[in-house]
Design a protein around this ligand. Structure first.
Ligand code: THU
Length: 136
């Protein structure tokens, strides 16, 4: 997996930690926060939102992306994802797809409540993606 060298804790990680506090994770008790940086520097946050059917759960990353899109943002630089785990929590498969389609080759910063755990290019997390370029 391609890795990018971590630097000091970014403001984006701090924003994702703050967003995580709003997670509605009554069923898994697994709270996740995300913070997406648009190309104009705007930070849009998200948290996971579960519901009683379980299957309609929306991950923090998709909440952040859909909030950003609905606010009119179309270009993005990076996203931070935070969970309270020793091992990093990378975006799930559906989130990788949505992030790729709307964000392109984002930098994905993974962190927990204490420290940053790694940086990756989305293209390394989602090799050989399906996207609109193939819909001809
Ligand atoms: N979850 C996220 O929000 N983002 C991830 O990257 C991994 C998983 C959520 C979905 C669900 O609410 C809980 O974490 C457990 O899977």
């Amino acid at each position: 997996m391609q890795r990018i060298q971590p630097s000091k804790t970014s403001a984006l990680v701090v924003a994702a930690r703050r967003a995580r506090k709003h997670a509605h994770a009554a069923f898994s008790n697994f709270k996740v926060g995300a913070a997406l940086e648009a190309d104009d520097g705007t930070v849009i946050t998200g948290c996971n939102i579960e519901n009683a059917t379980y299957g309609l759960t929306v991950c923090a990353e998709r909440v952040a992306m859909f909030k950003a899109l609905s606010d009119g943002h179309r270009r993005f630089r990076r996203i931070a994802v935070v969970a309270d785990t020793a091992d990093p929590t990378p975006p799930c498969g559906p989130c990788r797809q949505i992030l790729w389609e709307f964000g392109g080759d984002l930098e994905v910063i993974l962190a927990n409540l204490r420290t940053e755990k790694g940086r990756h290019r989305l293209s390394a997390l989602l090799p050989l993606p399906f996207d609109a370029r193939l819909l001809k």
